[in-house]
Design a protein around this ligand. Structure first.
Ligand code: NAP
Length: 285
């Protein structure tokens, strides 16, 4: 089975490329320099030539960059998944695409399931919602996985580096008034493999169990690297989302839950604290 992965230089794309290569070997892991997903002609040419059985799209334009460049946001987050899904369909391939909790506005209590209607607050959220819809419409063998606050080795982000920063005695700024599900990229990848093995298309939420703020995440990371509360306190500066003055609005409360996975007999993923403990144990530096 041949697999093409786009956006392979990123967090999710990197992990999936490694895991797929480990399990079946025939993987074309493409970074942006190898394939620009906004070049629909190049996308079609490559897929028709390679004739994969699975195309995985991990390319994305980040949350704040989308506000600064809405045309690029739409090209990468909405038009590219449509073109990839269409070309995959031409060769009878499955198409796997990723989306986000930021398709929701977070104004409601309780977790969001696949049955809830998107109400995005940002250009990132609206272009991602458009991309999901376009991909599902373009290919009957399409899986869209919505995930949230992903952490793991290979990305310099707050969630991925908080534990090593704290261990090194460096201060972190942690937001205290925004809640979401968090997801360990290795758990995400494993669940994606399970969904693909079932050959069932559609929309799936994939996150670790539980919900937290960045502040709670940082405090747990500090505990896991052996800092007690007194040692951690001066290292964790808490701020509000508005104090961060970021370009894009973030939803306030967007935990995800999956009814679609439950219907397939897939149990919820482990709690985020357990997943974080695993990550910290394996990536101390
Ligand atoms: N990380 C999270 O917290 C999170 C949360 C929810 C959903 N997701 C979803 O998960 C998926 C993967 O996210 P990620 O965190 O792995 O992203 P990432 O680490 O930012 O990686 C994205 C990759 O896309 C590449 N890219 C950008 N524009 C491209 C283009 N025109 N053509 C080809 N490649 C391009 C980037 O290359 P350059 O580095 O060269 O620009 C980068 O390697 C996305 O669909 C995202 O919406 C992620």
């Amino acid at each position: 089975m041949k697999t093409i992965i786009t956006g392979a230089g990123g967090l999710v794309g990197g992990v999936l490329s490694r895991r797929f290569a480990d399990s079946d070997g025939d993987v074309l892991a493409l970074r942006r320099a190898d394939l620009d997903v906004t070049d629909a002609a190049a996308v079609e040419r490559l897929i028709l030539m390679e004739r994969p059985s699975l195309v995985v799209n991990c390319a994305v334009l980040g949350v704040d960059e989308c506000e600064r460049d809405p045309a690029r946001a739409r090209a990468i987050n909405a038009n590219a998944p449509r073109a990839l899904a269409e070309s995959a369909n031409e060769v009878g391939a499955w198409f796997l695409h990723f989306s986000t909790n930021y398709v929701f506005d977070g104004e409601r209590e309780g977790p969001y399931t696949e049955e809830d209607e998107p109400r995005p607050l940002s250009i990132y959220g609206s272009t991602k919602a458009e991309g999901e819809h376009a991909a599902l419409a373009a290919n009957p063998r399409c899986v869209v996985v919505r995930t949230s606050w992903v952490f793991g080795a290979g990305k310099r982000s707050f969630l991925s580096t908080a534990h090593s920063e704290l261990l090194a005695g460096r201060r972190v700024r942690a937001i205290r008034d925004t809640w979401a599900s968090v997801t360990y990229v290795e758990d995400l990848a494993r669940r994606v493999e399970e969904i693909l093995a079932l050959c069932v298309g559609g929309l799936f939420h994939v996150v670790n169990e539980g919900v937290c703020t960045y502040e709670e995440f940082a405090r747990e990371a500090a505990r896991l690297v052996g800092l007690d509360k007194e040692e951690a306190a001066p290292l964790i500066e808490t701020v509000t989302e508005s104090e961060m003055r970021r370009a894009a609005m973030r939803p306030r409360y967007t935990p995800l839950r999956s009814v679609a996975s439950a219907q397939l007999g897939l149990a919820p993923l482990r709690d985020w604290r357990e997943a974080l403990a695993d990550y910290v144990t394996n990536h101390k530096i």
